[in-house]
Design a protein around this ligand. Structure first.
Ligand code: LMR
Length: 396
């Protein structure tokens, strides 16, 4: 049977990791996969995480099964981080949080849950969206459609077109929104725009799903969750999928959460049973380690303060690099306006070059980024930025 399988091309994002690794060019630059890198190009374990690990090793009493929902303490700290501890949905007992294997596990669980509610549902995703949103949601059998989001010509959000499309979406469908630091374009809705989206969601009755994988890497922890909090205050039901990969640097520990806010505490219990059943049928239960570390950090004032300061360093470095890149581009005499990069948030922006130019920069200069021209800003540093800008000038 297996001989009927055809060979698939590499994953458009993860595939770049291996090609980069095998490139012997000492000047090579990795702007591909969304991983935070420091000035030396490393992705170190955060000090807050190291301390939590030591604490965990000394206090862990068992490796017995954790159950499909994961650790309840992790669910609580994640709800507070995302929604604010005193959010009405938490106080009224309408939230349901399951620990998942990363944000991907959360997205898949959310999709399976939606399918159980309405197998004919359409999931509306932004154009463009993170490439893996499509298989994570679509491979469940849900239909995928796009709403307009980012205009590459003007490097800005097409908000009127987005709203006009959302005004056609009805109850029974899902609209997937990026909570902050939009992947791949970096262009985020402002608070007024979130209010408008919330009003349309309320009027039309569709279910919003906010995917938030970069909380704290845009403007700050609370600032980056402001849009999802606006939605959570406006609509009776909401799905949230969150990742601890980037903000806690826990990538390979696969740590995430799916939060379902229901209209009532009775609906909450039914949703909980369905989510646990979805998980049991997929991966049975989540890995424990990363979530245990997050729970330890967020339950300790001292470790939380340390994590905040490490996260602030990461955010400030990325925002500083955005400005530096634009300054270097101007200084190099490139006439095209790249100032939009300073207005965008998080790890990603489009460089705005064609797929042919992306491949040219890869083959001639060993600069690796996704064909869409999405770059990981955190991969830039003071040692490689001039080489990058020179290469850009050449292809332009
Ligand atoms: C990315 O977009 O590069 C990251 O979210 C990593 C991934 O899994 O694609």
């Amino acid at each position: 049977m297996l001989e009927t399988l055809v060979q698939l091309p590499d994953d458009p994002i993860l595939g770049l990791m291996a090609v980069y690794r095998n490139d012997p060019n000492p000047l090579k630059i990795d702007l591909g996969v969304g991983i935070y890198k420091d000035e030396a190009g490393n992705t170190p374990v955060l000090d807050a995480v190291k301390k939590a690990q030591l604490h965990h090793i000394n206090t862990e009493t068992t490796k017995a099964y954790i159950g499909p929902a994961g650790a309840p303490g992790f669910g609580k700290v994640m709800e507070a981080l995302l929604l604010g501890a005193d959010h009405p949905a938490i106080v009224e007992g309408r939230t349901n949080t399951l620990q998942t294997p990363g944000g991907c596990g959360a997205l898949r669980a959310a999709a399976e849950l939606v399918k159980r509610c309405n197998s004919g549902a359409t999931v509306w995703v932004s154009n463009p969206t993170w490439a893996n949103h499509i298989p994570l949601m679509g491979d469940t059998g849900l239909q995928i459609k796009e709403y307009p989001y980012y205009d590459r010509e003007t490097s800005s959000i097409q908000f009127e077109a987005m709203i006009a499309t959302l005004e056609q979406v009805g109850a029974g469908d899902v609209v997937l929104l990026h909570g902050c630091c939009h992947n791949p374009c970096g262009a985020d809705l402002n608070l007024q725009q979130w209010e408008q989206v919330a009003a349309v969601a309320k009027a039309r009755g569709f279910l919003p799903l906010v995917d938030i994988a970069y909380q704290g890497l845009g403007d700050g922890l609370d600032e980056d969750a402001a849009g999802l909090r606006i939605l959570a205050a406006a609509v009776p039901e909401l799905l949230i999928t969150a990742s601890c990969s980037k903000n806690f640097g826990l990538y390979r520990e696969r740590t995430g959460a799916v939060i379902a806010i229901s209209a009532s505490s009775i609906a909450r219990d039914a949703t909980h049973s369905q989510l646990c059943s979805v998980v049991r049928a997929n991966y049975s239960m989540p890995p424990a380690h990363g979530a245990a570390l997050v729970e330890i950090i967020l339950s300790s004032e001292e470790l939380t303060a340390q994590w905040h300061s490490e996260l602030t360093l990461m955010r400030n470095r990325i925002n500083g690099l955005r400005q530096l890149l634009v300054d270097k581009i101007v200084a190099r005499g490139i006439e095209r306006d790249f100032s939009f990069i300073t207005r965008e948030k998080g790890m990603f922006s489009f460089l705005g070059v064609t797929p042919e130019q992306v491949r040219q920069m890869r083959s001639e200069n060993s600069i690796y980024f996704v064909d869409s021209s999405r770059i990981n800003i955190a991969g830039i540093n003071n040692s490689n930025i001039d080489y990058l800008v020179d290469s850009l000038a050449r292809v332009l």
